[in-house]
Design a protein around this ligand. Structure first.
Ligand code: PAF
Length: 283
């Protein structure tokens, strides 16, 4: 496995792979890998001849007062895990190389970035769309694999790649959960043992919502109200949003249907956690 920090070197390796007929699969991350990331790498291994993992904590997707400085980082641990997962190249550029002095170009995806995390974290998706575009231009992947825990992020990247005719196949992989249901996230390390227990309320809320729907309750307002009551009973939880949206447009829905996704963002202590899931079983 090679560790590449230079943008030029990564682009040269990508071009070499392409002329030798190799397919490049790509897993973009901010590091501090967990089993969810490893499931993306496993999929990437199947889809390409050259598997590239990027590790870059992207400053432009963090707002003022967010956890950019504190975001967990451990490159050596990540490198060990990546090697075991069969990664061929780790691309780990510096922020200075990605955003040099006089950097002035950003990618904006309209519409679907305005709701949900886009409303709570202004500028977040502009940062994500910008860095993903840059990473795609550098790594030149045939396929790129993302987790669906960041449901809105995946929708934004799909929209952007389609709108901009980017020649890359976007693959979404299911949320990887701990045995007790907590969605895996690098940010889970911030939680104390007690908060970790309280954080289960997110996945439990998904289960409750599905039960309500299965029992015939289709009013989004009623479902959301019952989840608000449930989540607010946790002493350290405070709700950022609970919304039921159409899976493609991400517009709020008054009534649940086959396309409905429940999306949640909840602070447990200082840690902002997200989760989501479809409300109607797909047959
Ligand atoms: O999901 C992430 O880890 C990040 O948002 C991404 C896609 C790597 C862009 O920085």
């Amino acid at each position: 496995m090679d560790m590449i920090n230079s943008i030029d070197e990564m682009q040269q390796r990508a071009q070499l792979a392409s002329v030798s007929g190799q397919k490049i699969s790509f897993v973009p991350t901010m590091g501090y890998l967990h089993k969810g990331h490893l499931s993306l790498l496993e999929e990437g291994r199947k889809r390409g001849d050259l598997l590239v993992l990027s590790i870059f904590v992207n400053p432009t997707q963090f707002g003022q007062g967010e956890d950019f400085e504190d975001y967990p980082r451990d490159l050596q641990r990540d490198a060990d895990l990546a090697e075991q997962a069969g990664v061929d190249i780790i691309f780990a550029p510096t922020a200075k190389a990605m955003y040099p002095q006089h950097y002035a170009t950003y990618v904006e995806v309209e519409g679907i970035t305005e709701n949900l995390c886009g409303a709570s974290r202004p500028g977040h998706f502009r940062g994500v769309a910008t860095v993903v575009t840059k990473l795609f231009n550098i790594v030149q992947p045939d396929s790129a694999i993302f987790g669906t825990k960041d449901f809105q992020q995946l929708a934004v990247i799909r929209r952007m790649t389609a709108d901009m005719n980017m020649p890359v196949t976007i693959v979404g992989m299911p949320i990887f959960r701990e045995r007790d249901g907590l969605a895996m996230s690098s940010r889970n390390v911030y939680l104390s043992a007690d908060q970790r227990q309280q954080a289960l309320v997110l996945s439990q809320s998904l289960a409750v919502a599905r039960q309500l729907v299965a029992a015939g309750e289709l009013s989004s307002a009623t479902i959301i109200q019952s989840l608000k009551t449930k989540i607010s009973a946790q002493p350290d939880a405070h709700i950022d949003y609970i919304q039921i949206c159409h899976q493609l447009s991400l517009a709020d829905q008054e009534q649940v249907d086959i396309d409905s996704v429940l999306l949640l963002a909840v602070y447990v202590g200082q840690t902002r956690l997200i989760d989501n899931g479809y409300l109607v079983e797909k047959t």
